[in-house]
Design a protein around this ligand. Structure first.
Ligand code: PBE
Length: 267
């Protein structure tokens, strides 16, 4: 067991995800704002690689610090905690919003209706995420959830008429939360007759695709903080359909067995 500081134990590294994610921008800010993090670095990685490093460390009860967010299956699988953020770099509670391209309402009113009415809870999303993490194919997991939750699905499709194979394109990033939500929305659109194409992109290109009309919609805008910079750039070229989930959060996350509670105490 190492007896050094937490910094020494983790080699002054925070395990990050894809560059372009809002949480990576926030973590760059944290390294500047917290003097005790001046000599730390955030390691670029991917959401999947971050989660598997976390799992490995957790199984060995080793120290690790990751960029983390809720909803995410990791909180169902491991006993974790957010580090307190007294400077408020990671913001308060977030919502996830649905954005569509301008013109969708007139051209694809039924898809628009579904996207506008799509709203679920962190718990709903977690069910799909945990299934996928346990090995289910995302399409299958989404399909099972849609079958088991016909009451919610009926609310989302209320007022939408069936269509005959019209095409619709949804953009998303391969974050576990968005793999779950995007596949569920795709299933629901398919259930009223759409032919849905999923377009996997990085965060910036996802916003650009909606702004430029290269994709019809997305359910992956974390606001007001995480994707503030992207909204500043693209917000007036998209139509914002409001929250599809409330109670999201981002921050630095560690296993509960680590003896640290605040970002300020990382030394
Ligand atoms: N996330 C998951 C994203 C938004 C969804 C928190 C990794 C981000 O940081 O941009």
């Amino acid at each position: 067991e190492a007896s050094g500081s937490i910094g020494e134990e983790v080699d002054y590294k925070i395990i990050g995800i894809e560059p372009g994610a809002g949480i990576m921008q926030a973590t760059d800010t944290a390294l500047k704002e917290y003097e005790n993090l001046a000599d730390w670095e955030v390691v670029e990685s991917s959401s999947a690689a971050m989660a598997s490093e976390l799992q490995k460390a957790y199984e060995d009860e080793e120290p690790i610090i990751v960029t983390g967010w809720t909803p995410h299956w990791k909180f169902a699988k491991f006993d974790l905690k957010y580090l307190e953020d007294p400077k408020g770099v990671y913001g308060e509670a977030e919502v996830i919003q649905t954005l569509v391209r301008q013109g969708l309402k007139d051209e694809q009113p039924n898809a628009y209706t579904v996207l506008d009415q799509f709203f679920w809870t962190p718990d709903d999303m977690a069910q799909v995420m945990v299934e996928i993490q346990d090995g289910a194919d995302p399409v299958e997991a989404a399909s099972a959830w849609v079958e088991d939750n016909s009451d919610k699905v009926a609310e989302w499709t209320s007022g939408a008429e069936k269509v005959d194979g019209e095409k619709i394109k949804l953009a998303y990033v391969a974050w576990d939360s968005e793999i779950a939500s995007t596949n569920v929305v795709a299933k629901v659109l398919e259930s009223i007759g759409y032919e849905v194409e999923l377009l996997q992109l990085d965060a910036g290109p996802m916003f650009a695709a909606i702004a430029e009309g290269d994709a019809d919609g997305m359910v992956a805008a974390w606001l007001p903080g995480t994707h503030a910079a992207y909204m500043e750039e693209y917000g007036d070229k998209v139509e914002d359909l409001g929250p599809n989930l409330e109670g999201a959060k981002i921050g630095l996350v560690v296993p509960a067995y680590m003896d640290v509670d605040s970002i300020e105490d990382l030394k």
